[in-house]
Design a protein around this ligand. Structure first.
Ligand SMILES: Cc1ncc(C[n+]2csc(CCOP(=O)(O)OP(=O)(O)O)c2C)c(N)n1
Length: 813
């Protein structure tokens, strides 16, 4: 038994050669390594047990832990090298501790939601426990040397949410190995040796994105190792309901690599078999790293000793037999027994390890709690001291309540202060002023704690890019709009090896509207390439590549199809800066085209969906291709992710070719007056802008002068308040777009009336003119009766003037 097990271990990555006589490690060293691993396993288990207690006793809100999955993660951590990437989920605590991407102290700090980024290094108190992330940026917001770090992409809670970006993380290695022009980017890769390790639960493999990415990873043959932690359930729903044949690796068999072709290496290993796990991961990492073959490791027979999370208990849905099986096959118990049977450790030695682990976890948990409390306590004491100075009756009760609450939260502290300030609204005193000053100061601190980093805040923000006007020669060529874009992309591709573009029909034909036409021939298929029809993966590819130092332009063929990638955009990309408190960034440019094709499909203007879902991503809506080119130039010089929606009917419209097509910039969030006027301000963007311009000519004839504003971006919105300034002159407002009623036009109204205080300049009711609530039927007539037409715009403006002066502008109908 001993011999057999040791033999097994010899083949693992325990850095012991097969023949011990030639090894630098003695048998005793070897035993020490295994004992250390057992210590990791025990420590992590105690963290889970204690973590749950902390939630149940009210010190934390919610807990989700990695108990039952310790050994597999220890084995995985052994092959996780500097430069590698983890894209995992909330069960990975053991892996996080062993690989060093987190510590017990960090873990408990996140459990308590400590907003100090030094304590919860993953999210500064913004994410639930067990959502791991490493810092990729220095103080100035520039990339650190990723090859020297063990990198963890910031976790998200949605099942399968880690899949899409894994594609980009792995593809980056492929590109770094095969595109020698990238070799100067030494901070991101060493010859593409980095593996993307993706961890996912068995039930989460039921998500569509899992299958999309598995397929794409096989097509591209990326160095990814996808581990499936299989504990038989997704909360209460068993594998039989989740997966065909109840067995994920069984149904994945079609992806198995054969001698002739591409595909995956698929492994199945039991989660309590320490030796087997070590051996498997050593093999797998080598295949992925050296050969760039994607691998799947299906780790079966895992358990979940405390159930899914701190909310609820697994006794509700697991049978007695299953519960007993989970006790018998608990991976830590199994390892313990194996160590005893193989003579690796004695009972006493194991007990000592367990006692030591218990003490260590306790110390780290107490340290995390104490630091968290200290932070709260100091603010509580400051507030109490200032409140005590105020000699007013109304302060007495709130102050007493605050003092008597033994463990106040920030909420209690600030709520008390605000209540007192309300009570003292008619009073003034130096003491009240002192409290007020303190409160305002702390507001800044709390904003930093809880509201910062939605967008890049460093010098790398697109809002800091210098404005360079487009320059035109005397004989500037008049070309199709798409040629301006094409020239812009070409100029940028020439300048910057990091830029690459991909999407459906982007490679060979240079996209369906030919913005990239000819660029694959010029720059090769590692920089301009086709993808399959898989929008989530296209965006995921963009995210992973961007975070590994490249500058991807991920194309979604039409705006409507962006919805197919919405979870990836909304959950992963849009929140990345915020959920890491600015420690990770993914400057992806998403290029798409929309508005104005006639029909229920491809007519896309779901702007309000995007506005709601994509805070954290800039939304650019250029009116023509020159403006679009200028925005691309701005974005390529900066670090925020952005969506650029080109006007589908603008590619063949004529525009002048700028001399500096790859250099001029259009600043984000700067609106433009397209036409000056005096009676009504008409605010619009994208394709409807041209219709408004047409309407202006007839309105002129009627005697109504409109001022037209192109907002150019929905996010950020009109940073210089051009709209409200225009209202100072016209006092009347019409917003025109082709989203649904109450969609983006409502957002625009909120921005102008509330944010810019345009309300105070109004003399008439502001109006919005949008498309109808339904989608446009196919054909020009359907479009005419559904989306705002020139006639509708004229009549909306007229209606405003009719309200003002019915004599001069009598009813039309
Ligand atoms: C998109 C999405 N749907 C549903 C959930 C709710 N949910 C959280 S965990 C979970 C079960 C996941 O099971 P599995 O993938 O096997 O991982 P485990 O938690 O067992 O490790 C579910 C349904 C979610 N977080 N995200």
């Amino acid at each position: 038994m001993l011999k057999q097990n040791i033999k097994l271990m010899m083949n693992t990555d325990l850095k012991v050669s097969v023949d011990l006589s030639n090894s630098k490690l003695s048998f005793d060293d070897f035993r020490q390594i295994i004992k250390k691993d057992y210590e990791f396993a025990v420590q992590s288990r105690i963290v889970s047990l204690l973590g749950r207690k902390e939630v149940l006793t009210g010190k934390a809100k919610f807990g989700i832990f990695g108990d039952g999955k310790e050994l597999a993660q220890i084995a995985l951590a052994k092959v996780f090298e500097p430069g590698d990437w983890r894209s995992g989920y909330y069960r990975d605590q053991t892996f996080a501790f062993v690989s060093g991407i987190s510590t017990l102290y960090n873990f408990f700090s996140q459990l308590y939601a400590n907003p100090d980024i030094e304590a919860d290094i993953s999210s500064g108190g913004r994410q639930m426990v067990a959502h791991f992330s490493t810092s990729l940026l220095d103080e100035e917001g520039n990339w650190k040397d990723q090859t020297a770090l063990k990198n963890s992409f910031s976790d998200i809670s949605t099942t399968g949410g880690q899949m899409a970006r894994t594609m980009g993380l792995g593809l980056a290695s492929k590109l770094y190995r095969n595109n020698k022009d990238l070799s100067y980017l030494g901070y991101f890769s060493k010859n593409g040796n980095e593996v993307a390790f993706c961890n996912i639960g068995n039930a989460a493999t039921s998500e569509g994105v899992f299958w999309e990415v598995i397929n794409a990873a096989g097509v591209h043959q990326i160095p990814a190792v996808i581990s499936i932690w299989d504990d038989g359930y997704g909360i209460s729903v068993p594998n039989e309901v989740q997966t065909t044949k109840g067995d994920i690796s069984e149904v994945l068999k079609g992806f198995q690599r054969d001698e002739n072709g591409n595909g995956f290496e698929i492994f199945k290993v039991k989660g309590w078999d320490y030796a087997g796990l070590c051996e498997t991961y050593e093999k797998v990492a080598k295949i992925a790293r050296e050969e760039h073959i994607p691998c799947i490791v299906h780790v079966t027979e895992l358990t979940q000793p405390q159930g899914h999370s701190s909310s609820g208990s697994h006794e509700r849905y697991k049978t007695k037999e299953r519960l007993q099986w989970e006790v018998d096959y608990d991976c830590n118990t199994k390892m313990r027994q194996w160590m005893l049977d193989a003579g690796i450790a004695t009972e006493d030695e194991l007990t000592e390890i367990e006692d030591k682990a218990k003490d260590f976890v306790r110390i780290e948990q107490r340290r995390a709690w104490s630091d968290y409390r200290k932070m709260l306590q100091s603010e509580l004491e400051e507030a109490v001291s200032l409140l005590s100075e105020i000699n007013e009756e109304v302060v007495e009760l709130p102050l007493k309540t605050l003092i008597s609450s033994s463990e106040s939260s920030l909420k209690e502290v600030y709520s008390t202060v605000r209540q007192v300030l309300r009570e003292l609204r008619f009073k003034d005193s130096p003491q009240k002023q002192a409290l007020l000053i303190w409160y305002k100061e702390k507001q800044k601190l709390n904003e930093d704690r809880y509201n910062s980093s939605l967008y890049v805040e460093s010098d790398n923000s697109p809002l800091h890019v210098d404005v360079v006007e487009a320059a035109y020669g005397e004989n500037a060529a008049i070309v199709d709009g798409r040629e301006v874009l094409n020239a812009c992309f070409e100029a940028n591709f020439k300048k910057d090896e990091r830029i690459l573009a991909f999407g459906e029909d982007v490679g060979k034909i240079g996209d369906v509207n030919q913005g990239f036409a000819g660029l694959q021939d010029k720059f090769g298929d590692m920089r301009v390439f086709d993808t399959g029809i898989r929008e989530s993966t296209i965006i995921g590819k963009g995210i992973g590549l961007a975070v590994r130092g490249l500058r991807p332009i991920a194309e979604i063929q039409y705006l409507d199809y962006l919805i197919y990638a919405l979870p990836v955009l909304s959950d992963d990309l849009a929140t990345l800066g915020y959920r890491t408190k600015g420690q990770q960034k993914a400057p992806v440019i998403i290029r798409t085209r929309g508005h104005r094709l006639e029909g229920i499909w491809h007519s896309g203007s779901p702007m309000t969906v995007l506005l709601g879902a994509l805070r954290g991503i800039h939304i650019c809506v250029p009116r023509n291709m020159t403006q679009a080119a200028g925005m691309y130039n701005t974005l390529l010089k900066s670090d925020d992710p952005a969506l650029v929606i080109e006007c589908l009917n603008g590619y063949r419209l004529k525009e002048k070719m700028p001399d500096n097509v790859g250099d001029f910039t259009v600043p984000l969030g700067i609106a433009e007056i397209m036409r000056e006027g005096t009676d009504v301000t008409v605010v619009s963007y994208g394709s409807t802008l041209r219709l408004v311009q047409e309407a202006a000519l007839e309105l002129d004839k009627i005697g109504i002068s409109i001022e037209i504003i192109d907002i150019q971006c929905l996010q950020p919105f009109d940073r210089t308040h051009l709209c409200a300034n225009s209202l100072q002159k016209t006092n009347r407002l019409l917003v025109v777009d082709e989203d649904v009623p109450g969609g983006a036009s409502a957002f625009i109204l909120q921005q102008i009336l509330e944010e810019q205080k345009g309300y105070y300049h109004l003399d008439s009711q502001p109006l919005t003119l949008s498309a109808k609530a339904h989608r446009p039927p196919y054909g020009s007539d359907g479009d005419y009766f559904t989306k705002p037409a020139v006639d509708d715009i004229i009549e909306s403006v007229y209606q405003i003037m009719n309200d003002v002066n019915p004599q001069q502008f009598p009813d039309l109908f």
